[in-house]
Ligand binder design. Structure first.
Ligand SMILES: Cc1cc2nc3c(=O)[nH]c(=O)nc-3n(C[C@H](O)[C@H](O)[C@H](O)COP(=O)(O)OP(=O)(O)OC[C@H]3O[C@@H](n4cnc5c(N)ncnc54)[C@H](O)[C@@H]3O)c2cc1C
Length: 424
């Protein structure tokens, strides 16, 4: 097993005072072991929850997250399709505060792995015995010419949930009947492999019922996608003639530029103009992980499968979308599952609680139409090399309506369960 090596200070935050750094350390380290968690999504919130809950106060847990509330990407497509309201996919951190977790609403800006401190945006430093990073993804702006942070206000990605999701929803609702919705799909690897195609199903559902003369065009840098046969069967059944999918072979390699003023999307040979344009850019691990030397040349973070500890820096663990998690896809379910394994390993390391060989699981449901959902899932174990798939399942084309309706109910139950597991 690769043992992480400690590095010299990997990110110095300009303007941080020496006094702020020195004072709390000696005092704080004498007390309970400290775990600091960066990121309050399914990875970070679950890890913080399980360490605090299962250590029964023996470990001091701090969660660092800039936002006061978390909107889930999962079920954000349901919101776009009209199956959920925005409030129902937005959650506060008060349940975690209630069980004694210190919640710090700031960005983390740097890590000193020798001193074992995390630096915050205001310059304060938090000492840790173990640090968990769960910052999710960032976008590789610049890979599509003309698509940067400003362009997201006109052509939303809606792939980090929140204001972007509302913007895409509102643009869809304002679109004229007979308009064209264009999605620029992302290349692998990206969060939630079926996510873009569930979104297309939800957009089609909305348009069919409200603006039936409209069309949808998917410009895809891939030649195939998750649950493809299931989505294509559903698109034929429910939204026949509305959706056109153009794979990479038909796009001379894919979209290489956008022009927001004309709402156009360009490939090397063609230009497409849309009324609503949803660009989901190429992705990489969250900035804090890349800036602090936790990502490798792939832009993602290698981990020791059994503990989710970084292979590059000691005493720092990573969970969720920013990791290289072997056979596991980047999903909220996966992040939640990894966080529990990570929490167990850290409790074992800090307070000698019992640890077992971790088991991981994932299931991703996708809603195709009212009362018709499909699912794909697997269980996994930690090997020396990676998180390896043990067995899996996937819905089949031609299944009964009853089975599909049961899947949709199951998805709703899962949503309640995972959000309770994350936020207490
Ligand atoms: C449209 C869509 C549909 C999806 N549907 C599903 C689904 O049905 N099922 C499923 O399992 N998954 C689904 N997913 C995927 C799922 O949302 C992600 O895999 C999951 O959110 C990853 O969790 P995470 O904790 O790694 O990252 P995130 O959820 O992105 O959380 C990261 C958190 O870290 C914070 N952060 C980042 N940097 C810093 C910093 N420097 N300091 C402090 N905080 C920081 C961010 O503010 C954020 O709150 C979907 C995703 C999308 C986009």
């Amino acid at each position: 097993m690769n043992k992480p090596i400690n590095r010299r200070k990997i990110l110095k935050n300009a303007g941080v005072g020496v006094a702020a750094a020195a004072l709390p350390l000696s005092i704080a380290r004498a007390a309970k072991p400290k775990v600091v968690v960066v990121g309050g999504g399914p990875g970070g919130a679950t890890a913080a929850h399980y360490i605090a809950k299962d250590s029964k106060g023996a470990i001091d847990v701090t969660l660092v997250e800039p936002n006061k509330a978390y909107t889930t990407c999962f079920f954000s497509n349901w919101y776009i399709g009209g199956f959920r309201n925005f409030e129902s996919i937005t959650h506060s951190y008060s349940g975690l505060a209630d069980i004694g977790i210190n919640i710090v609403h700031q960005m983390a800006t740097g890590i000193d792995p020798d001193e074992k401190t995390l630096t915050l945006a205001d310059g304060a430093k938090l000492p840790y015995d173990r640090l968990i990073l769960a910052p999710g993804i960032d976008f590789k702006y610049g890979e599509i010419d003309g698509y940067g942070p400003d362009a997201t206000q006109i052509m939303p990605h809606a792939y980090k949930a929140g204001p972007q999701t509302v913007l895409l929803h509102d643009q869809l609702h304002a679109m004229k009947d007979g308009g064209l919705f264009i999605m620029v799909a992302p290349p692998n690897p990206y969060r939630c492999p079926p996510g873009p195609y569930e979104r297309i199903s939800m957009v089609a559902h909305y348009l069919k019922n409200n603006k039936p003369k409209s069309k949808i065009l998917i410009l895809d840098p891939k030649g195939k996608f998750s649950k493809m046969a299931l989505f294509q069967e559903a698109w034929g059944r429910y939204y026949d003639g509305m959706i056109e999918w153009l794979p990479r072979e038909m796009l001379s390699g894919g979209v290489n530029a956008v022009h927001t003023a004309s709402m156009s999307v360009k490939t090397p040979d063609e230009e497409f103009k849309g009324d609503v344009v949803n660009v989901i850019p190429p992705q990489t691990a969250g900035k804090i992980a890349r800036d602090t030397g936790l990502a490798d040349v792939t832009g993602w973070c290698p981990i020791v499968p059994a503990t989710m500890e970084s292979k590059l820096v000691a005493d720092i663990h990573l969970v969720g979308d920013s990791t290289i998690a072997g056979d596991m896809p980047k999903s909220g379910f996966s992040a939640n599952s990894q966080a529990k394994a990570c929490a167990m390993a850290i409790r074992h390391a800090l307070i000698d609680s019992r640890a077992f060989p971790p088991r991981f699981a994932n299931t991703c449901w996708s809603l195709l139409a009212p009362s018709d959902a499909v699912k794909v899932g697997a269980s996994y174990q930690a090997t020396e090399e990676k998180i390896a798939k043990i067995d899996g399942f996937i819905s089949k084309t031609g299944e009964s309506g009853t089975l599909r309706a049961d899947n949709a109910k199951e998805a709703v139950g899962w949503y309640s369960g995972i959000t309770a597991d994350m936020f207490g």
